[in-house]
Design a binder for this molecule. Structure first.
Ligand code: AMP
Length: 221
């Protein structure tokens, strides 16, 4: 089962993908996390894309497409994954369809004002990527991740200017992807303005057929 989760930054894709991954065993692949990994390891690719990621822009998408698709292949996840943050452009969607056509395309739909509140209160674990909200989902330990004990920080691109640009990028680049999936009858939309558990119920329904039998090797943390 190949699933793609689409939505604005802060729509809850990461949280939902991680919950679905825990229940099904399907690996959760976040293109943003893959790119941030390249940046923190200071690879030549990471250095090339760092400024785009900091500004909340798409960057050199041929390179990013190659990186994500070859990551899927290298990790042996070609028949089952939950993709979060990819595809973000029509080019990426076409290339993904050509290699690993998704079985379910789910749009987590959230209004802009909810997004701004969520992102400006978001804390992310620097080690495992778990996501917290200072008000609605605070970590129990001070400054440390409940899952792995890693340090919790604000992402450098979670600032007002970058959020505005990322929402703009969504309208310009991701909206056409949603339109293509919708016209082809492949898009499932869930209301993402509710509490995470309620969104998750809708997501599970949207991906019915998912069960333990689709279990694949989990990505090592
Ligand atoms: P995210 O963690 O999904 O919010 O992504 C953070 C940033 O990484 C984005 O603002 C982009 O700069 C970059 N990024 C993530 N995924 C993609 C993608 N599929 N294509 C291009 N840039 C991406």
């Amino acid at each position: 089962m190949r699933i793609v989760l689409l939505g604005k930054p802060g729509s809850g894709k990461g949280t939902q993908a991680s919950m679905l991954s825990q229940e099904t065993g399907l690996p959760h692949l976040s293109s943003g996390a893959i790119l941030r990994g390249e940046i923190s390891e200071k690879t030549p690719f990471g250095m090339k894309i760092e400024e785009y990621v900091l500004r909340g822009e798409i960057g050199p998408q041929e390179l990013i497409t190659d990186l994500v698709l070859s990551y899927i292949e290298r990790k042996g996840f070609t028949s089952g994954f939950i993709l979060d943050g990819f595809p973000r452009t029509v080019y990426q969607a076409e290339n993904l369809d050509g290699r690993y056509r998704p079985d379910r395309c789910v749009h987590i739909d959230v209004p802009d004002e909810v997004i701004v509140d969520r992102i400006s209160n978001r804390l992310t674990c620097g080690r495992c990527g778990e996501i917290y909200h200072t008000v609605s989902r605070p970590p129990s330990g001070r400054g440390a991740c409940d899952s792995c004990g890693g340090p919790l920080t604000r992402r450098p691109d979670d600032n007002a200017e970058a959020i505005r640009r990322r929402l703009e990028t969504f309208r310009e680049d991701v909206q056409p992807v949603l339109d293509i999936y919708r016209r082809a009858g492949r898009l499932i939309t869930v209301d993402g303005s509710r509490a995470p558990a309620e969104i998750y119920r809708a997501l599970r329904e949207a991906t019915t057929g998912l069960s333990r039998q689709h279990r694949v090797t989990r990505e090592p943390r």
